[in-house]
Design a binder for this molecule. Structure first.
Ligand SMILES: Nc1ncnc2c1ncn2[C@@H]1O[C@H](COP(=O)(O)OP(=O)(O)OP(=O)(O)O)[C@@H](O)[C@H]1O
Ligand SMILES: [Mg+2]
Length: 506
């Protein structure tokens, strides 16, 4: 099965425990020099933990690590970087207050002869790296002002700047659009031509099967098997991941949309900076009860802005009218929107969705505080009762509802946010790229759940960076291009080609 290339990385019998969980249980993995080795597994399988150990972020409780045949022990990421290993993190680990250039070159900024930081050289270097990713992000701008997709590109540029021979990519495309993912794939091809070794975590099977030489499957912290991509199929791999059959996603029975619930007319959103063009221009649409409206468009086309404006989560100036159940509304704060029966799952769970100082239950019950307060005090019993249902429904894997939210795997954090909105029993649900980072099995379950809620009368607006997801779920697809609606497609008309054509129309 092996191609006979030298072993770049060997991990033997790696075990890692966290309070209440064995994240890795004696995992052994060999990666050949120059190969692209994909790591697959359900949410919480241990993929990120294994890669954090390889890149010096975490240290194992047991097991050995070898790089080029030499045993190593990393005391931190700097030690791993010195051994030629760089990681692109799943949960973005950038300093929001700093500029893009500073983040890319953090701690390794070019210096002038006087030993001062050379800003101009930093910006040039960062611009070069971003350009190699075909991105036009300005290296001087504040990182926190960027959208998640752009932040992910900065994270990738940062790993590239280390010039590492072994690069770990933990779900690098989870926040990227199809076009951006294609650019990253071109970068990966270049890196491979340079002989670099890549470890690649992804929940997207098409990506894994396009890129990987070999695939390792983990389940519940254990190594299930390592196979050559040519000798296997996506169905086999997902089968090993979940250890059971996954239901298909076709919703044969068409939904029966009811009366209009959300009507948006002539929505315009002004630019974030003077001199830039408006972010939304004359956007109009209607969503009915029992209907899913998909919103497609490239990154920056205005998908998130539409949802944020409706939800009262924008500080920018906007005009136009929004009607909810026939009543004109204008929400100044998401709290008001919640009260009126709106719920929103944001694309950036770390920045807008999760509260690191609250436990799992606290994060889920957040919007329902009145339900869990007894005599002015938070009742932990009431809270536990409240969250039990949705946590089960979404299949959150956690040692306890009192565990720290930050200890959950990326996909399980997202399921907690989805549990939160389930509790609010909304009339309109705004989903901004809701399944980012969620494994195939959980996705199928979530699609079925959204479909069921919709059949029960919920109106849904959905954006996704994965076109197959939009096509699977939507009754209609609205395509945006540069802040305008460029096309509306019925379920029968919508295809990936038509959506892409409308999204790139000037
Ligand atoms: N810092 C931590 N503290 C406590 N538990 C942790 C911590 N990091 C990981 N875990 C636990 O270890 C297990 C494996 O998590 P890991 O993040 O490796 O999963 P993953 O395979 O990357 O999943 P995903 O696809 O959702 O990203 C999970 O049960 C998780 O809750
Ligand atoms: Mg992970």
């Amino acid at each position: 099965m092996s191609s006979g290339a030298p072993i770049a990385v060997a991990m033997r019998g790696i075990t890692k425990r966290f309070p209440g969980v064995i994240a890795l249980d004696g995992v052994t993995l060999e990666v050949e020099r120059g190969e692209l080795h994909a790591i697959c597994g359900e949410n919480g399988a241990g993929k990120s933990t294994l890669m954090k150990i390889l890149s010096g972020v975490e240290s194992p409780d047991a097991g050995q690590l070898e790089v080029d045949g030499v045993p190593v022990q990393f005391s931190g990421t700097r030690a791993a970087e010195a051994a030629g290993i760089a990681i692109i993190h799943q949960e973005l680990a950038l300093v929001e207050e700093l500029s893009v250039a500073a983040n890319v070159l953090l701690g390794r900024e070019p210096r002038t002869r006087l030993g001062l930081r050379d800003e101009a050289a930093s910006r040039r270097r960062a611009a070069d790296l971003l350009q190699s990713l075909e991105s036009t992000i300005d290296p001087a701008c504040r990182t926190g002002s960027l959208r998640v997709g752009d932040q992910q590109l900065v994270e990738i540029a940062k790993a590239l700047s280390l010039d590492a021979s072994i690069i770990v990519m933990d779900e690098p495309t989870s926040a990227l659009t199809e076009a951006e993912s294609a650019r990253l794939e071109r970068t990966i091809t270049r890196l491979r031509e340079q002989g670099r070794t890549i470890l690649y975590i992804s929940h997207k099977m098409d990506e894994v099967f396009r890129l990987a030489d070999r695939i390792t499957v983990l389940r519940d912290g254990q190594h299930v098997r390592t196979v050559t991509r040519r000798d296997t199929t996506p169905a086999q791999v997902t089968g090993w991941m979940v250890g059971r059959e996954i239901a298909g996603h076709a919703f044969h029975q068409s939904r029966q949309p009811g009366p209009p619930v959300l009507e948006v007319e002539g929505l315009c959103l002004s630019a974030s900076e003077p001199g830039r063009s408006d972010r939304l221009r004359d956007v109009s649409f209607t969503v009915h009860a029992g209907e899913i409206l998909g919103i497609a468009g490239l990154m920056g086309a205005g998908r998130t802005e539409i949802l944020e404006t409706i939800f009262g989560a924008t500080t920018a100036n906007w005009s136009g009218t929004i009607r909810l159940g026939g009543q004109m509304v204008r929400f100044g704060h998401p709290r008001e929107a919640c009260r009126a029966g709106l719920a929103m799952v944001t694309e950036d769970r770390k920045r807008l969705g999760l509260f690191g100082n609250l436990d799992v239950a606290g994060n889920v019950s957040l919007c329902q505080l009145s339900e869990v307060v007894r005599g002015g005090l938070l009742s932990r019993h009431a809270e536990a009762d409240l969250v039990a249902g949705p946590i089960k429904q979404t299949g959150v894997k956690t040692p306890s509802i009192r565990a720290a939210i930050t200890g959950l795997s990326g996909g399980n954090q997202q399921k907690c946010i989805i549990s939160r909105w389930l509790l609010t029993q909304p009339r309109v649900l705004l989903l901004d790229d809701p399944t980012r980072g969620i494994d195939v099995g959980a996705k199928a379950e979530l699609y079925a759940l959204i479909d069921q809620l919709c059949r029960d009368g919920l109106a849904v607006v959905l954006t996704s960076s994965e076109l197959p997801e939009l096509l699977t779920l939507s009754d209609r697809v609205l395509v945006l291009s540069e802040g305008r609606v460029s096309k509306e497609l019925s379920r029968a008309e919508a295809t990936e080609q038509r959506i892409m054509a409308a999204a790139t129309a000037g």
